[in-house]
Design a protein around this ligand. Sequence first.
Ligand code: SAM
Length: 239
Amino acid sequence: MTATTRTEVAANSSARLFQDMWGIYRKVVDNNYLNHREAYAALRRLLQNQRPGFTFLDIACGDASFSAAALTGLPIGRYIGIDLSQPALNEASANIADLPCPTELRHGDFADWLTACEEPVDLAWIGLSLHHLPFERKLETMRHLRRLLGQAGTLLIYENTCRTSESRAGWMKRWDRQRNDFSAFNGLEWLLLTTHVHGMDHPETVSAWRELGHRSGFDHMREHYCSSSGLFRLFSFSA
Ligand SMILES: C[S@@+](CC[C@H](N)C(=O)[O-])C[C@H]1O[C@@H](n2cnc3c(N)ncnc32)[C@H](O)[C@@H]1O
């Protein structure tokens, strides 16, 4: 399949997913089931160390609501968001409107966009999206990010993470055990969400995330936050 065809297929399925699933995802976020509040508070603490005028690349930004809140009041110089879903970008456009800097929203597959991108950035953020890719495609994406971030930039990710030696199936069992925690969800909503997670998510162990970092050219990886479920962790990667 050519890159263009892959992008088109991904864009169509993601747009459908966004329309079908966005209400469910909003409910996940509003109930803080994936610890968005704590993860984005950790992101904000890390952004406070950035030099004034920094460029922020928000990969798979969705509606950018939490990113925009995390950036509020910080001396950002430029915001770039990319997502496959046009409805998500329409919402993002309103959510980033008050950022005190030039902003750009790009519609497309981040993997394809990064391949062609030559613009340096200071900070790249991926919130709950890199795990859709299998290991080798995560590596490809992180290598492109290393190129754009250069020696001084930082990659931050909040992503699905297995316990030491835990398999994907083991992670999925832990996911499934959360059913009672998602108390605002009816049976159908839980089924739709869980079917999506089982079909699309490829978590990595901490050591696999470290290997991805090293093989992409990042010498340092640090963990900054682990969700209350233990299913998601926030890491930084720098040269
Ligand atoms: C789980 S949401 C995460 C949104 C937001 N970053 C957050 O932290 O809540 C995943 C987002 O990734 C987008 N997405 C998934 N695969 C993508 C790809 N290959 N390129 C661009 N966006 C993608 C979806 O459209 C969706 O908006």
